[in-house]
Design a protein around this ligand. Structure first.
Ligand code: CP
Length: 310
């Protein structure tokens, strides 16, 4: 277990984390994974703490695993969504946050479509804020669970070749993975239509590639992303079928993938577009293990953050 002590009341982005803090979360998650494999999966670590899950954007995996993580840690939980909150009546995000805080809530886990929404609340509220995804900006717990899964399978991160393929431009998952993987010494390539590959990443040491075979043929890890139609305001490529034929991992393109490479996807997957069913459900896929690991990683984050609240 790393010697680092956790001192942050919020988890907002991978940019904010040191290498030691990332390793502390991963090491702590390893311990919680063991708890999740026991017959009795509940521990009292957050007994007496109250957590609000506030999801202003849809979610399956993140929301379910945060809620289960809080239950496993014995926290009291309130679930709120945008459509049933007073945001629909014109209340501001800050007023909503202050009203939640007035109920002596300890932590807010929030997903929001606006980049920076969690940072804004974290600056203005005393309670802890955990970012469960903000716009196209950041999704730190997804990156942490992806890195946890890679470390568990490959026993290291440093020196690994990780290719992230798809709609990088609109992906908070890609951004957070890139930052975390580079901090831990991985070599990161991003691939997809040139219109979806932000050039800014080259400046921090990421390789840009518009040819799928080049991106996958020597990769140790291939992380596939869906096309985020909900965030696209323009046509970035001619059609989904053309995208699938050029950038999809299927029976033809899997031939170029190393036999020991991990196939990852944060979900939700679009079968037949970025990944074919046989590959998504195949031997090299760790997609559902990522979900399992997400529970342990979110327990670790909740535990560490709650531990430094007043
Ligand atoms: N990977 C991920 O964030 O999935 P959800 O949108 O279902 O939470």
């Amino acid at each position: 277990m790393a010697e680092t002590k956790w001192t942050k009341k919020d988890l907002l982005s991978m940019e904010d984390l040191s290498v030691d803090e990332i390793n502390l979360i991963l090491d702590t998650a390893e311990e919680f994974k063991k708890v999740n494999e026991r017959n009795v999966k509940k521990v009292p670590a957050l007994r007496g703490r109250t957590v609000v899950n506030f999801f202003v954007e849809p979610s399956t995996r993140t929301r379910a695993s945060f809620e289960l993580a809080e239950q496993r840690l014995s926290a009291d939980i309130i679930n709120m969504s945008a459509s049933t909150s007073s945001l629909t009546k014109g209340e501001t995000l800050l007023d909503t946050g202050k009203n939640i805080e007035a109920l002596q809530v300890d932590l807010i886990v929030m997903r929001h479509s606006a980049a920076g929404a969690q940072q804004f609340l974290a600056k203005n509220l005393r309670c802890g804020i955990i970012n469960a995804g903000d716009g196209a900006h950041s999704h730190p717990t997804q990156a942490l669970l992806d890195i946890f899964t890679i470390r568990e399978k490959k026993k290291k991160i440093k020196g690994l070749k990780v290719s992230i393929i798809g709609d990088i431009l609109h992906s908070r998952v890609a951004r957070s993975n890139i930052i975390g993987l580079l901090k831990l010494g991985a070599k990161v390539t991003i691939a997809g239509p040139p219109t979806l590959l932000p050039k800014e990443f080259e400046k921090i040491g990421v390789k840009l590639c518009d040819n799928l075979v080049d991106a996958i043929s020597d990769a140790d890890v291939i992380n596939l992303l869906r096309i985020q139609h909900e965030r696209q305001r323009a046509a970035y490529f001619p059609s989904i079928s053309e995208y699938a034929s050029i950038y999809g991992i299927n029976a033809d393109t899997i031939k170029y993938v190393k036999k020991d490479a991990l196939i990852m996807h944060p979900g939700p997957i679009n079968r037949g577009v970025e990944i074919d069913t046989a590959i998504a459900d195949g031997d090299q896929s760790v997609i559902l293990e990522q979900v399992t690991n997400g529970l342990a990683v979110r327990m670790a984050v909740l535990y560490l953050v709650a531990g430094c609240l007043g």
